[in-house]
Design a protein around this ligand. Structure first.
Ligand code: IPE
Ligand code: IPE
Ligand code: MG
Length: 235
């Protein structure tokens, strides 16, 4: 019975796109060159994910901890985000891809804020895949921001639970990620989707992000389809 059911495509996939710097270093290039190449990969994987029927794709582009890096690297990444959002509108329109955002928006430079708001507004009516850009994102930061909003909404002493808090996360309408992928051989989440990823299946790839291809995404999904998700229960 089970075998005749077609294997399900995960509704929501999150990707920790790691290894841009090492990819560049391995080729004797500067780190920023790796980010440029990583952006090309991101575009390719967005298209591949959309073609595969993934509904939500969260891309971890910049963490709340990444400000520790050199100012020129940070500036370069911010410029790439801007470029991506500007240049991809035609592509988004053609593929009905909607842009969403997660992270501490107020902590971003005003020009990036504008670019993000414009892209989110311009694509709001598109009904294809939703790409959630995690920029200035930290899982702990998202939880604490949600907690602050929740405590303002509640009367002193009023009780609340997990469901109440989850309503104040950045995108409460988006289902938790089924699958979280990390590239470049690191086995950690680095503050990505801490709350939402509680029961996500994890997949680690040794390949640097700029080397990722559609086939790598397909392999991750095929692996996901073999997992037995129990959510703490017994089958
Ligand atoms: C991921 O690649 C991109 C960002 C974190 C912005 P890295 O820049 O972390 O690349 P490595 O891990 O140094 O190779
Ligand atoms: C995680 O990668 C953040 C992003 C991919 C945006 P990092 O390279 O910043 O993580 P660490 O430092 O290896 O944990
Ligand atoms: Mg890294």
């Amino acid at each position: 019975m089970q075998d005749s059911v077609p294997a399900a495509i995960p509704a929501h996939v999150g990707i920790i796109m790691d290894g841009n710097g090492r990819w560049a270093k391995n080729r004797g290039l500067v780190r920023t060159q790796g980010h440029l190449e990583g952006l090309k990969t991101a575009k390719k994987i967005v298209k591949a994910a959309s073609d595969l029927g993934i509904r939500f794709l969260t891309l971890y582009a910049f963490s709340t901890e990444n400000w520790k890096r050199a100012a020129d690297e940070v500036g370069f990444i911010m410029d790439l985000v801007k470029q991506y959002l500007r240049a991809e509108f035609d592509f988004s329109k053609k593929n009905k891809i909607r842009t969403r955002f997660t992270g501490d928006f107020s902590g971003l430079p005003p020009d990036i804020q504008k670019e993000i708001s414009d892209s989110v507004a311009d694509t709001a009516g598109f009904e294809g895949m939703q790409v959630v850009l995690a920029i200035n994102y930290g899982g702990r930061d998202e939880i604490i921001r949600a907690f602050r909003k929740l405590s303002q909404a509640k009367e002193n002493g009023e009780s609340f639970g997990e469901k109440d808090l989850s309503l104040y996360l950045d995108n409460p309408d988006i289902p938790d990620p089924d699958l979280i992928i990390r590239t470049a051989g690191e086995y950690r989440t680095s503050n990505f989707l801490l709350w939402e990823g509680a029961y996500s299946e994890l997949y680690f790839s040794g390949k640097m992000w700029p080397d990722w291809e559609k086939e790598d995404l397909q392999a991750a999904i095929a692996d996901f389809q073999k997992r037995d998700r129990r959510f703490g229960g017994v089958k």
